[in-house]
Design a protein around this ligand. Structure first.
Ligand SMILES: [Zn+2]
Length: 133
């Protein structure tokens, strides 16, 4: 096989813009994670959330063992990750209950009242309770 001459110009295959398949309105990372979760049936998170565990990029299946904050996919740039671990879905740091206490500013102290409640001891659970009428 004899190769011919160089064939014309072989330009880079990079397109002018990022036209990744995502259509429709832009989603926030949280919404994107939600959609991915519904689609994949796995807990999904986005870059910036602090969730430990093994995650798989929802676009290229790149796997990471995350410890701190989720990064963007080092392979394709995706920011949504699917949780691959077993067990219950991990709860990201700082995203516990809907009632976010951290977001609420401390109320102005009108009066200086020091209330010190004694620490309650944990209630002992008695074992072997019989359910008798
Ligand atoms: Zn990826």
């Amino acid at each position: 096989m004899t190769g011919g001459k160089a064939m014309g110009t072989s330009g880079p295959t990079q397109g002018p813009g990022r036209t990744a398949g995502n259509q429709g309105p832009k989603l926030t990372p949280a919404q994107g994670a939600q959609q991915a979760e519904q689609r994949l049936g796995k807990p999904c998170y986005h870059a910036g959330q602090q969730v430990p565990g093994v995650y798989s990029c929802i676009t290229c299946q790149f796997r990471i063992n995350n410890r701190g904050t989720l990064p963007g996919c080092p392979d394709c740039g995706e920011i949504i990750w699917a949780y691959m671990g077993d067990g219950p879905r991990p709860v990201p740091e700082g995203e516990t209950a809907p009632a976010a206490e951290a977001a609420a500013p401390p109320p102005p102290a009108e009066e200086t009242v020091a209330i010190e409640e004694p620490v309650q001891e944990p209630v002992k659970v008695e074992e072997g309770i019989k359910l008798e009428p």
